[in-house]
Design a binder for this molecule. Structure first.
Ligand code: GDP
Ligand code: MG
Length: 197
């Protein structure tokens, strides 16, 4: 497909979910601005937009960094509905945050109603391995059960930060392409049907 000169690159909407304090904002800000922000306002949700080159093509990523208002079901559902891909974050140093990922997964599936929604399970704070409470085996098993990738990151050292955002973007692009081809097939089927009639 040729692109018109003034056309904006494709926009992909990513949502950061997970318990408070796991590093959703730190990951977002590290990805956006290449810096580790240690004391970002814990109750502040914000959205960010950036142009990136994904496998040779320019795209725009829109990141919604959620922050607890999602306790209100209606607000949360609205957030989740707008998302095309999810980074579900916990801290490897806090088992409770790992347990909470199940609830986020359930809420997202309920709202999106799609088992194949682009989704990564992210174990953050990998630089604090000496304080690890969640084993690699445990988190990998959960990811496998959900049929999603598991990646450990450090917003502090930047380890795997680009990887989780880019891997998720690739999944979103693939998902949109698949949906498009289904639509086209349906379109063709509809036309064929009319010609016959
Ligand atoms: P959020 O509530 O999920 O947005 O969490 P924040 O991004 O505000 O991070 C909570 C705390 O964990 C802050 O003090 C961060 O400095 C710290 N933090 C976040 N990510 C990491 C990380 O990868 N490694 C370490 N050591 N600390 C982190
Ligand atoms: Mg935050």
């Amino acid at each position: 497909m040729s692109k018109k000169p003034n056309q904006q690159p494709a926009l992909h909407k990513v949502i950061m979910v997970g318990s408070g304090g796991v590093g959703k904002s730190a990951l977002t800000l590290q990805f956006m601005y290449d810096e580790f922000v240690e004391d970002y306002e814990p109750t502040k949700a914000d959205s960010y937009r950036k142009k990136v080159v994904l496998d040779g093509e320019e795209v725009q990523i829109d990141i919604l960094d959620t922050a607890g208002q999602e306790d209100y079901a209606a607000i949360r559902d609205n957030y989740f509905r707008s998302g095309e891909g999810f980074l579900c974050v916990f801290s490897i140093t806090e088992d409770e945050s790992f347990q909470a990922t199940q609830e986020f997964r359930d809420q997202i599936l309920r709202v999106k109603n799609d088992e194949n929604i682009p989704f990564l399970l992210v174990g953050n704070k990998s630089d604090l391995d000496e304080k690890r409470k969640v084993s690699l085996a445990e988190s990998s098993a959960r990811a496998q059960q959900w049929g999603v990738p598991y990646v450990e990151t450090s917003a502090k050292t930047r380890d795997n930060v680009d990887k989780v955002f880019f891997d998720l973007l690739r999944k979103i692009v693939a998902q949109k392409a698949a949906e498009n081809s289904v639509e086209k097939k349906e379109d063709t089927a509809a036309k064929n049907c009319c010609v016959i009639m």
